[in-house]
Design a protein around this ligand. Structure first.
Ligand SMILES: Cc1cc2nc3c(=O)[nH]c(=O)nc-3n(C[C@H](O)[C@H](O)[C@H](O)COP(=O)(O)OP(=O)(O)OC[C@H]3O[C@@H](n4cnc5c(N)ncnc54)[C@H](O)[C@@H]3O)c2cc1C
Length: 331
């Protein structure tokens, strides 16, 4: 029997951030992940921004949240020896005069206007009848690279098991968790949308949201900026860009759909005036919650069984804060 302090089920963004906190605290743990292909963390754009939504709002406490997130990703870069944090302003294209006016009305608030540059350097090859502005303090995290590097690190120290966790084999013996030949004091579930299969936490307040994304190649789209108007154009490397994403609340099938692709292409054609070719089309379902807030759950009977989930559409930005809250009282 192998003894460890924690078992973590799921190594998406949530499981990765928890693993890092446990490593910093010197705790022993083992991660299980079944290596699902099309997970939210693997295909996401990884964007974060202080100003978001159709109404261009800045949520309360966002500066602190973003500081914590940036620091966490920088620490992860150092720890794993990789580069994942790209601090990039968003080049946001106005859709109408009304949008221009609505934004101008908000600029009296210094806490908001500090993020807005109304006179950015004009981006070529973008259709922008009503102009554009820049959102400072935004950026992107390469989540897939982060996941791969953490998996590799944990495999090196025999802390990683690539298999689907079978809930029916988990036993509670004298307050400890036994799973196959492993004994652990605490178990933390972070299975993203697969949490619906978890019998220990039924009826969770999820409201899943599927997203399609495209990867395109365009030799003439010369930019390393993030460009936004309905969709986002994220420069990945060389002439390769990620285009995303859709928000689909009804069709939650895991496969990419023609409808999703067509919606992205329509918006892309409205935004750029250079040719491109599609390289890849992917989709995944976001583990969003009804309240749009992530949640930390403690099992009502077993105080050593937890879940972190519901990271939803903004997991990159909010994940480090929620993990921080979860670990604060967990020594
Ligand atoms: C198209 C799209 C674009 C997005 N863009 C952004 C963005 O720009 N910015 C942003 O902040 N967020 C974005 N998101 C959201 C972000 O991806 C999520 O908030 C976050 O990645 C969720 O991470 P997670 O770890 O909770 O879940 P997941 O990524 O789903 O990870 C769950 C993991 O658990 C594993 N697993 C599940 N069940 C089991 C089991 N029984 N046994 C073993 N392993 C198991 C899976 O293999 C998986 O690796 C986007 C999402 C999508 C779909």
């Amino acid at each position: 029997m192998k003894s460890t302090e924690y078992i973590i089920v799921g190594q998406g963004l949530a499981g990765t951030l928890i693993s890092f906190e446990l490593l910093k605290k010197g705790k022993s743990f083992i991660v299980f992940d079944e290596q699902k292909e099309n997970t939210s963390s693997k295909i996401c754009g990884g964007m974060y921004t202080p100003i978001s939504g159709k109404r261009m709002t800045k949520s309360k406490g966002i500066d602190e949240l973003l500081d914590l997130a940036r620091n966490t990703y920088r620490e992860l870069e150092k720890f794993l020896g990789i580069q994942i944090l790209n601090e990039k302003n968003i080049y946001a294209v106005f859709g109408s005069v009304k949008e221009q006016n609505d934004l101008t009305l908000k600029l009296d608030n210094e806490n908001f206007s500090k993020h807005i540059n109304l006179q950015p350097q004009v981006q070529e090859n973008i259709k922008q009848t009503f102009g554009a502005f820049e959102i400072n303090g935004s950026g992107r995290v390469d989540v897939k690279k982060l996941l791969d590097a953490m998996k590799h690190k944990l495999e090196e120290s025999n802390q990683y098991i690539t298999e689907k966790f079978d809930y029916s084999l988990l036993e509670n013996v004298d307050g400890k968790w036994k799973y196959k030949n492993i004994e652990a004091s605490t178990i933390i579930f972070c299975e993203g949308v697969n949490a619906t299969e978890n019998p220990f936490f039924p009826n969770l307040p999820f409201r899943f949201c599927k997203g399609d994304v495209l990867t395109i190649k365009s030799e003439q789209l010369k930019t390393d900026r993030v460009i936004k108007k309905g969709i986002g154009i994220l420069h990945l490397h060389d002439d390769i860009f990620k285009i995303g994403s859709t928000y689909e609340w009804n069709d939650l099938s895991e496969a990419p759909t023609e409808a999703g692709k067509n919606m992205l292409l329509k918006k892309l054609d409205e935004l750029i005036d250079v040719p491109y070719t599609i390289i890849k089309h992917e989709a995944a379902v976001r583990p969003s919650s009804i309240t749009r807030e992530p949640f930390i759950k403690i099992h009502p009977e077993h105080k050593n069984m937890f879940m972190l989930n519901g990271l939803g559409t903004k997991g990159v930005m909010t994940g480090p804060w929620w993990v921080n809250q979860m670990m604060k009282n967990n020594n």
